[in-house]
Design a protein around this ligand. Structure first.
Ligand SMILES: C[S@@+](CC[C@H](N)C(=O)[O-])C[C@H]1O[C@@H](n2cnc3c(N)ncnc32)[C@H](O)[C@@H]1O
Length: 222
C-alpha cells in the first residue's frame, strides 16, 4: 500500500501544510501564480471553474470528487453543478487547507475529508466525476495519484486534471528550475498518454502557458 506522501515529501507539499499559507493561498498565491503560469490568459482564468464543471459534464445528483481540493476553492463550484441531490467531496492532505475549506467553502452539497491522493479511501468506480487541479505537479509520485483517479471514476464518468506542461525542448531547463522547489513539469503526452493507456476516450488537452487542462471519459459500459 502506498504511503500517504509517497516516496518523498516535496518542498511545495510541506508549504501547503503551513497554517499561514491556507488563508493567503486562494486570494494571493493562486491568482498570482496562475496568472503568470497561464501566460496572463485572463479570459481563460475567469472561466476556469466553469470550464472545469463543463469538462466534468456534471449534472444534478452526481457524486464528484475534488482530489487535492486545497481550501475548497473549486469544490463549491462542483457542488452547485450537482445540486440539489448531488455531493462534491473534497479530499486533501493538509489540515490547514481543509479547515479553510470548511470555513470559506461550506456550501450545501460539499463535504471534506483528510486523506491522500496516493491512497484514495474510496471503492472502485465510486464517482461520476473526479477533478484534480493544481496538485499532480507537486506530488512526488504523480502517476500513483493518477492511477487512483482512474480507479475511482465510474465507467463513462469524467476526469478533469489541471497540471503543468512544457514542450520537451524547454522542459529540460524549466524542469530543473521547477525541481528545486519540488515541482514537476510534465511532458506533452505524459498525462494524456497514461489516460489513453488506461482505455480512456474523448481525451482532450488545452494548454495555457505552462499549464495543461486535460479531460477524458472513463472506459466501460455506462
Ligand atoms: C496548489 S493546491 C491546489 C488546490 C486547488 N485544487 C486549486 O486548484 O486551487 C495543492 C493541494 O494539494 C494538496 N496535496 C499535495 N499532495 C497531496 C496528496 N498526496 N494527497 C492529497 N492532497 C495533496 C496540498 O495539501 C494542497 O492543498
Amino acid at each position: 500500500m502506498a504511503p500517504v506522501y509517497g516516496a518523498e515529501v516535496s518542498l511545495a507539499q510541506r508549504a501547503m501544510q503551513h497554517p499561514l499559507l491556507a488563508p493567503v493561498y486562494q486570494h494571493v498565491w493562486r491568482p498570482a501564480w496562475w496568472l503568470g503560469a497561464n501566460a496572463f490568459d485572463l479570459p481563460h482564468l475567469l472561466r476556469e471553474k466553469a470550464k472545469a464543471v463543463e469538462a466534468l459534464r456534471l449534472g444534478p445528483g452526481d457524486l464528484v470528487l475534488d482530489v487535492a481540493c486545497g481550501p475548497g476553492n473549486f469544490t463549491t463550484a462542483y457542488a452547485a453543478a450537482v445540486a440539489p441531490a448531488g455531493l462534491a467531496l473534497g479530499i486533501d492532505l493538509s489540515r490547514p487547507m481543509l479547515r479553510q475549506a470548511a470555513r470559506d467553502h461550506d456550501a450545501p452539497g460539499t463535504a471534506y475529508v483528510e486523506g491522500s491522493a496516493l491512497r484514495l479511501p474510496f471503492g472502485d468506480d465510486a464517482f461520476d466525476g473526479v477533478a484534480c487541479y493544481g496538485a499532480l505537479y507537486l506530488i512526488p509520485d504523480p502517476f500513483v495519484a493518477l492511477d487512483e483517479i482512474v480507479r475511482v471514476v465510474r465507467p463513462g464518468g469524467r476526469v478533469a486534471i489541471m497540471t503543468t506542461t512544457a514542450p520537451d525542448v524547454v522542459r529540460g531547463l524549466a524542469g530543473q528550475v521547477a525541481r528545486l522547489s519540488g515541482l514537476r513539469v510534465f511532458g506533452p503526452a505524459e498525462v494524456t498518454g497514461r489516460l489513453e493507456a488506461a482505455g480512456f476516450t474523448e481525451v482532450s488537452r488545452e494548454i495555457h502557458g505552462f499549464f495543461q487542462y486535460v479531460a477524458a471519459t472513463a472506459p466501460g459500459e455506462v
